[in-house]
Design a protein around this ligand. Structure first.
Ligand code: JCK
Length: 236
């Protein structure tokens, strides 16, 4: 998969080189490129923002540099049907199902806005020529699209074929019953007076599986009852 990110803060993406994506890149699973939007600005101050039309607080990202940069990225990568993702507080909320769908794409382009966001005509123009998605990573306000893109890239990249560091855990995720995880333990059996639950040391695999399922239901009921409704629906 090819992944491009356009940003006025390209160094946000430096961390990708040391994590999961560094390995994926090294193994040829992901081809990641970051682009500085200011390289597409035309004035000597490399301006990418301006006052909002109609007035109001803050600044808006100008359409022209986005047009120049996105046309360049699309032309240079040579993929006919990229999916362009704009992180946005007004987007569809990202989830594991979306990560799985996005992991099937040949190229993802993340357009990272700043300030109050990007001139609406950039979305309109690219939606008329390509597939465009506005995506939010959750109901809280960030200062720009970079951190949202990093979260999405990590969630997507770990699903790519050949990226599996831990095959069994991906098989379990693929059950996707919508319940939260069970609690995990490792040695020592006793730590600062906290014990590993006896059942996990019993060697009885059926009892262990039952206990883990009970823990998942209990946790989900306590902290995410919204998920439990979905999980019950799925179970029929
Ligand atoms: C992209 C600029 C900053 C801050 C105006 C928003 C009511 C608009 C995001 N889950 C997420 N939260 N925030 C983002 C995100 C924020 C961004 C950009 C993504 C580009 N900003 C900003 C405030 C506003 N308010 C709510 C009005 C933009 C994602 N993904």
């Amino acid at each position: 998969m090819r992944i491009d990110a356009v940003s006025i803060f390209p160094s946000y993406f430096d961390v990708l080189g040391i994590s999961l994506l560094g390995k994926a890149q090294g193994r040829g699973i992901v081809d990641f490129h970051v682009h500085d939007l200011r390289d597409a600005a035309t004035d000597k101050h490399r301006t990418v923002d301006d006052k909002p039309a109609g007035g109001g607080a803050g600044m808006v990202m100008k359409a022209e540099p986005w047009g120049v940069m996105l046309d360049r990225v699309i032309a240079d990568s040579g993929v006919a049907d990229p999916l362009i993702i704009f992180p946005s507080p007004a987007g569809e909320v990202f989830n594991q199902r979306m990560a799985k769908e996005l992991a099937k794409e040949q190229q993802l382009i993340f357009g990272c806005g700043r300030y109050e966001g990007i001139d609406q005509r950039v979305f309109d123009e690219y939606a008329s020529r390509y597939r465009v998605k506005l995506v939010s990573i959750g109901d809280y306000v960030l200062n720009g699209g970079e951190v949202a893109s990093l979260a999405m890239i990590e969630a997507i990249a770990r699903l790519l074929p050949g990226m599996v560091g831990n095959p069994e855990s991906l098989v379990e995720e693929s059950h996707e019953d919508g319940l939260l995880e069970y609690p995990s333990y490792t040695a020592p059996a006793s730590w600062r007076g906290h014990e590993i639950p006896q059942v996990l040391l019993s060697g009885n695999h059926k009892l262990v599986a039952e206990w883990r399922h009970q823990q998942r239901v209990k946790r989900t009921r306590e902290v995410r009852p919204d998920l439990l409704e979905t999980a019950e629906d799925k179970a029929g």
